[in-house]
Write a protein that binds this ligand. Structure first.
Ligand code: NAD
Length: 292
């Protein structure tokens, strides 16, 4: 029987790829509700579909910061229920913490954290009632370990981890499985879409030392994305594995490359090893006085 899947943030990146993959399955095993904040951006998804798939794809407007739009998306699902909910919409934010405005910080938390929670809240009662369901969440390395100049982004993604881990404990009683698909760098519009402080534009006062470390960080980030970013197809493979797994776990890593650093947090409980190792990794190529 066809499974109903609803995915948030499908105008680009991971959400788009996952929607295309599931909706193109030759067996028509999935009916995909690909949702996006702005329907003007649906062209890219439609072009990736190559041909019409009326039975397997529907595109709906849904802004995860707007409860009404989430509810109206839910009410547009002709099957009445969602079997697999994919919370994927998210935005990045980079820059020295002291440059982040209240509005920008609220905006990130609204999309990444509250957006994920609102979406889950909306579909959870039905899953609980039916005693079946899957909730898949696009997680991030930034939700597992701190990254310099990403404090608020990491705060939002750490919080998503806490939300999912907490829910997973309860939902064992309802046969509903929560899984985080933890991604390192992925080739998407993410870097282009994120809000980034431009250093030296004079709008906010940042000391020279921080500015130079930030430049080193941005360079590091660029190198990491160039050398190690995964393609969305690799990420989709992990999503498919989780969807097909009869009893999926809470966390899946899309690449083993991020495990050593993550595990440092556990080996040294005071966190010092992780803080030093990450600092070295990010800043060693740049200024010599970064350990001050
Ligand atoms: P992306 O920018 O291509 O996709 C993010 C999508 O979320 C976009 O389609 C965007 O329109 C949508 N979105 C933003 N605000 C929204 C809102 N209010 N309502 C609905 N949709 C909204 O980037 P991506 O890499 O595909 O990002 C998908 C997820 O993956 C995000 O949660 C991101 O944090 C996570 N992630 C990405 C990377 C990476 O390196 N690309 C790494 C780790 C985690």
């Amino acid at each position: 029987e066809q499974k109903v899947v609803l995915i948030t943030g499908c105008s680009s990146g991971i959400g788009l790829s996952l929607a295309v993959h599931l909706a193109s399955e030759p067996s028509k095993a999935y009916k995909v509700y690909a949702t996006m904040r702005n329907l003007d951006k649906k062209q890219r998804l439609l072009e990736s579909m190559r041909g019409l798939h009326k039975e397997t794809l529907a595109i709906l407007q849904m802004d995860v910061t707007d409860q009404h739009s989430i509810l109206s998306a839910r009410d547009s699902i002709s099957e009445g229920s969602v079997d697999i909910l994919v919370c994927n919409a998210g935005v990045g934010l980079m820059g020295p913490l002291e440059t982040q405005s209240e509005d920008t910080m609220r905006g990130i938390l609204d999309v990444n954290l509250l957006g994920t929670i609102r979406t889950i809240q909306t579909f959870l009662p039905d899953m609980k009632r039916r005693r079946t369901g899957r909730i898949l969440v696009t997680g991030s390395m930034g939700g597992l370990q701190g990254l310099p100049f990403n404090e608020v982004y990491c705060a939002s993604k750490f919080a998503v981890e806490g939300t999912c881990e907490s829910l997973a404990i309860l939902l064992q009683h309802f046969n509903v499985h929560v899984s985080l698909i933890e991604c390192g760098p992925v080739n998407t519009d993410f870097l282009r879409n994120l809000t980034k402080t431009e250093v030296g534009d004079g709008s906010v006062e940042v000391d020279a030392h921080t500015r130079s470390l930030y430049e080193t960080y941005l360079h590091h980030c660029q190198t990491v994305f160039q050398n190690a970013a995964q393609d969305t197809d690799d990420i989709v493979k992990v999503f498919l594995e989780v969807i097909r797994c009869p009893c999926p776990g809470l966390r899946y890593y899309t690449s083993s490359a991020m495990l050593p650093l993550s595990s440092l947090k556990l080996t040294a409980h005071d966190g010092s090893q992780y803080v030093r190792a990450m600092g070295k990794l990010v800043f060693s190529a740049g200024s010599t006085d970064s350990q001050n």
